[in-house]
Design a binder for this molecule. Structure first.
Ligand code: C2E
Ligand code: MG
Ligand code: MG
Length: 404
């Protein structure tokens, strides 16, 4: 039986371990070729091949019609798993490979998946007959096939999981079923809203934070599409906030290399925009990032490094990109009033920001005590549930309560 679910967009990634198993089986049996095949769409596809240093009789990715393969007829029980000499089995006369390859000794063991479906075969063959092969050799092949089958099952599970993720993200892209909420960053002394941060809220199952959806999209190669869509929607919300207030959007460094996005940002009033680049993501080439940002920054776009101090890319982004704003990770804020080391760190970051001429925003402020500590240190702008939870934007209004 063919397993159509296996013909997905993602390759099997069982890789090197199966290669080692094939090598061991081929050597143990003194055969010329060992391979793992997958039966797909009426063909036998060679997924893993070991020919040692000998002639490459078959290649990974090569295939032949199932009906012409020994493996198929072994799986159909028309041929035995152990063939010492094809001449002993009349059925082999029907198969062109017997003479064309030629096939001599042949041991093929069907690989079945957890649910009993036939994946393909674990197979070794030589071009000459080998009458020394025994039932014990066949039993050894079964053991090898079982180990390889277990590896393939893991790879297939991984591939199916990726397919499911791809389907979920594709559904979001097609339906656009997410919202943008706003959370204000507030000047502590007077309560004035400095900017609002746009945050995505995905309506799909499972319920989980937006960064997890973006990570999943990255895993299945749909990050650029998802971020472009979400950022586009976030930029539209500029219309519902007063002209005196900036909009801050989260963006991955990879997206900034995307021409599409830069065009959108250029036409979306850069002087009212802040781009938040998270510290979690590594930057491949800072120069390329600086180059994409330069024309936007010259038109007033501000750059923020998000989650600074979270312990990921450390301060490299800050030194390389010279942001206008450093957003302190909320872990630095948590219990600030009880932790003198955190206060010392926040205080030194404030000195650093003054020295390089950028602003500090404290994120995730949840208690009056944390806010009071920030104020004492001299941090002037804060964001967090204490001040306002993320909420659906209401034209001309900033709700300093309510949740989304
Ligand atoms: P972030 O940019 O650091 O956003 C701050 C997160 O902290 C938000 O989580 C916000 O809801 C949450 N938060 C705000 N105040 C408090 C507080 O007082 N206490 C606590 N515990 N949390 C608070 P959210 O919305 O779940 O977003 C998580 C992350 O997902 C964001 O972290 C950002 O990295 C990413 N993200 C969200 N929306 C977008 C988007 O549109 N595009 C991109 N690329 N990333 C996004
Ligand atoms: Mg952010
Ligand atoms: Mg943050």
């Amino acid at each position: 039986m063919i397993v159509p679910a296996l013909t997905g967009r993602f390759p099997l990634t069982a890789g090197s371990s199966i290669q080692d198993i094939l090598h061991a089986a081929r050597q143990h049996l003194g055969m010329k070729v060992a391979f793992v095949s997958e039966f797909v769409g009426g063909r036998r596809v060679f997924r893993y091949v070991d020919c040692g240093t000998g002639e490459r009789l078959i290649e990974v990715g090569g295939s032949d019609p199932l009906e012409e393969s020994y493996c198929h007829w072994v799986a159909e029980k028309k041929l035995p798993e152990l063939i010492r000499d094809p001449a002993e089995h009349p059925f082999t006369r029907h198969l062109a490979a017997t003479k064309a390859v030629p096939v001599g000794a042949h041991i093929s063991v069907p690989i079945r998946l957890r649910d009993g479906e036939l994946f393909g075969t674990f197979c070794c063959f030589s071009q000459e007959p080998d009458r020394s092969l025994t039932e014990r050799d066949l039993a050894t092949m079964h053991a090898f096939a079982q180990v390889a089958g277990a590896q393939i099952q893991v790879a297939i599970d991984g591939r199916r999981e990726k397919e499911a993720k791809h389907t979920r993200i594709r559904a979001i892209l097609d339906a656009g079923n997410f919202d943008i909420v706003h959370q204000p960053a507030v000047r502590i002394d007077c309560g004035r809203v400095e900017f609002v941060e746009a945050l995505a809220r995905f309506r799909s199952e499972p319920v989980r934070p937006p960064n997890e959806w973006f990570e999943e999209a990255t895993e299945v190669g749909l990050a650029a599409e998802l971020e472009t869509l979400v950022t586009g929607r976030a930029l539209q919300t500029l219309e519902v906030i007063p002209e005196t207030v900036s909009l801050s959007v989260n963006i991955s460094p990879a997206m900034l290399a995307h021409g599409d996005l830069c065009d959108r940002l250029r036409s979306a009033l850069p002087h009212r925009l802040i781009l938040e680049i998270t510290e979690h993501k590594a930057v491949g080439c800072y120069q390329a990032l600086r180059d994409s940002l330069a024309p936007l920054r010259s038109r007033g776009l501000r750059l923020a490094i998000d989650d600074a101090g979270a312990g990921y890319s450390s301060f490299r982004h800050i030194l390389e990109l010279r942001p206008d704003i450093i957003k302190l990770d909320m872990s630095l804020c948590r219990g600030l009033e009880r932790d003198s080391a955190k206060r010392a760190l926040v205080s030194s970051l404030l000195s650093f920001s003054r020295a390089v001429g950028c602003e500090i925003v404290a994120e995730g402020v949840e208690t009056e005590a944390e806010l009071a500590s920030l104020r004492r240190i001299g941090i002037m702008i804060a964001q967090g549930h204490l001040l306002a939870r993320p909420a659906r934007p209401v034209p001309g209004e900033f709700a300093l309560a309510g949740a989304a």
